[in-house]
Ligand binder design. Sequence first.
Ligand code: GLU
Length: 548
Amino acid sequence: MTNKELAELMFPNITKTIEDLEKEYPERGENVTVTRFAPSPTGFMHIGNFLSVVIDYVIAKRNNGVFFLRNEDTDQAREVEGAVEYIMHVLDHYKFNPDEYEIKGGVTKGNYGPYIQSERKDIYKVFIKYLISEGKAYPCFMTAEEMAEIRDNQAKAKVRIGIYGKFAKSRNLTPDEAWERIQAGEQYTVRLKSEGNFNHTFIFNDLANGEMKLHENDNDTVIYKSSTELPTYHFAHLVDDHLMRTTHVIRGQEWMASVPVHYELFKTFGYKMPKYVHTPLILKKDGDQIRKISKRKDPEARMTFYEENGYPIYSVIESIMTIANSNYEAWRDGHPDAEFTEFDFSAKKMSPSGALYDLDKLDNISKNYISRLTKDQVFDFLDEWSKEYDKEFNEIINKDVDYTKAILNIEREQKKPRKDYAKWSDVKPAIWYMFDELYNPEEFAWGKINNMDEIKSIVTNYVENYYNPDDDKETWFNRIKELTESMEGYTSNMKEYKENPDAFKGNVADVSTCIRVALTSRDQTPDLYEIIRLLGKDRIVERINNLK
Ligand code: GLU
């Protein structure tokens, strides 16, 4: 039996040829940039995946290219329920809408599909059949136990681990022997009959990591499994990125080690390799240490973290762009209003040794961003977030939208706005005291004036004699000064006070603090004048009456 006959027996239903497929999926055109996000639905999306998506998207958009989504579900045993839906959700949430994609059992957009690997079985088989018929791949019957034994022996003998050379036991089976075993019902894999020589090197140019000298692959790598009729990642990468005409593969650093296999696979078929960007590992500062960010230990490694906490999409994307390219922040300073896709991303400016991700930095970016939003924008974002993550608060802020917006507008829409919200979950803890439904003071942080009779007399005096809802800010402050002066043992003259603080019960700032704490139970708040104005007389009187 010839190899060709073996291939025919193994895949009798595969009648298409590679040439047929080449015609079905033609080149997309000379200068079309094509990137793809190709997640495996074996877990929930993490920040490393997200870094790849951002780069995929920026590269495609910068070049008016195509960005497509491919579901790499070949490892079906490890598939996690809901993972695909979550990936789609994240893309939608951050507005990284793929130009081409497929929803299982639903729509397909694009002419290069199917975009779900488990639906591409027959396509892969065309390529596998070809390799077998050319004698460039072979069925392998090694069991897991046999392979484990080889690995152990190699480790003991301190030789390179792998199925190469003499360790590739099925490599020299004749087509007849192979067919006999297949017919006997033995499970098999298909392995590439590697022609590489580990002692030879080749030059690989990674856009982020630069030029590298790598050893050739000489492993008879598994490319297909009869048990699932699906290819391994390596082979699917070759077939899919070739037929889908991907020009740039952006993927995690962990795939770097597989480059020699991919290099050999592309060479075997005479295909041009796409350009590669192996993204850096995302690192985190942990005490004095810098370590790899961990999905298990670090909540911020999971993409759910950002949505649950209510980080604006702008802030998250910005923080990722700053780790993607070292000159992004400088560019942003000069282009505060530009879209991030206008930035001239260069893979060369990535940091191959690892990218340090820092939540403080994200908070900073986000505080600046939110501070520049209008009260209407802030309200809309807060409304949208709280609808999902804090229903009670959502109802409260919607009872009197104008009141809520006025609160959100304290020290906003001005030249130097207040920067106290990094995420929407920061809002409630900052303004809860403005809402009767939430006002339930537990502990008062009284300042210098902390005698309850004294406090009550100050605030009552304020409401009865010095409060006027129509005052402008200056008049309001002058009245607080007058109130201070009117009381025995207090002064509004700070100079006088500082010269001899023990001679006074308090100064004008202490009196303000006293009013602030009495009304909000907080000793730190945004502008007290605005707070008093917004609370209004009824609330003020009620809170004063309830002082305990
Ligand atoms: N499915 C692979 C992963 O999730 C894709 C890597 C790639 O982008 O090629 O790691």
